[in-house]
Write a protein of this length. Structure first.
Length: 266
């Protein structure tokens, strides 16, 4: 065989290898849906994000403003997972950093919450249609409770596509879990009395209360970034809160993280 024939054979073999490699990464062939999106995932506490961080590949960690941002992939999908700490200021700053420094295309807030609705039990999942900051109050100036002047909204609307994907994720991955779609109520307070719970429920009609989603929603809306809040119920936000929270917080946080992972990777 001539030297030219050898070169031709080598070129053909290399081309064939490239085709095989490209095909093995084809999401249709691997059964994985590739969104091409970079998703920021925020949890307030370690229990809400640790299983996601452990499941990540190609991990690179950087510390900004006292928060550890963990960049990498989750079953082949680009993610940045971060524990923001409890409360609205932590959560809002974290969302802004995810958008500005890490260039995420969308944000998911995963974690636990107290139920505001008698039909929603411990272990159930709530997915946000919208989120309101129940402790934001300009009523003396003529606004309704929770209404803001800048941005001028009564609540922050979640992304419909992301919400539907979460509901689908729960139905496919854990059909035994009850999933509810509705308003999430956020405030810088751990709700632990029947009176407080009823006053939030009466004023805002929400399904659950927590301490971060409203700030994440606000920052996402201000930056034109889609977001959704996924919360598993750890307590009833009333006088039974202390016992229930201690018993169910870890399992609820892990359940929510599992739904988040399934939603991103399917
Ligand atoms: N997160 C979980 N339970 C909560 C509650 N009862 N109030 C505020 N945030 C919560």
């Amino acid at each position: 065989m001539s030297e030219l024939s050898y070169i031709m054979i080598i070129i053909l073999l290399a081309a064939a290898l490239l085709v095989v490699l490209a095909d093995s990464r084809n999401p249709k062939k691997t059964g994985k849906k590739k969104t091409g999106l970079k998703t920021g995932i925020i949890g307030a506490m370690d229990s809400e994000v640790s299983s996601l961080k452990e499941a990540m590949a190609d991990r690179k960690t950087s510390s900004v403003s006292g928060m550890e941002f963990c960049e990498g992939t989750l079953d082949g999908h680009d993610v940045v997972v971060v524990r923001c700490g409890i409360g609205k200021v932590n959560a809002g700053s974290c969302a802004q950093l995810l958008i500005n420094l890490f260039g995420v295309d969308r944000v998911i807030n995963t974690g636990v919450a107290g139920s505001l609705d008698a039909a929603i039990d411990i272990g159930d999942i709530v997915v946000s249609t919208d989120v309101v900051q129940y402790d934001f109050n300009l009523t003396p100036l003529g606004f309704v409770p929770g209404e803001m002047n800048s941005p001028a909204v009564k609540s922050f609307l979640s992304d419909e596509g992301m919400r539907k994907s979460v509901v689908k994720a729960v139905r496919e991955s854990a059909p035994e879990i009850h999933v509810f779609e509705g308003r999430v109520c956020t405030g810088d307070q751990f709700v632990s009395s029947r009176e407080k719970k009823e006053s939030i429920r009466e004023s805002f009609g929400g399904l659950c209360c927590e301490m971060e989603g409203g700030a994440i929603g606000q920052v996402c809306i201000m930056n034109n970034t889609p977001f959704v809040i996924i919360r598993a119920i750890s307590d009833k936000a009333d006088d039974s809160v202390e016992m229930d929270y201690a018993e169910f917080e870890k399992a609820a946080a892990a359940r929510c993280a599992a739904v988040t992972r399934y939603m991103i990777t399917h």
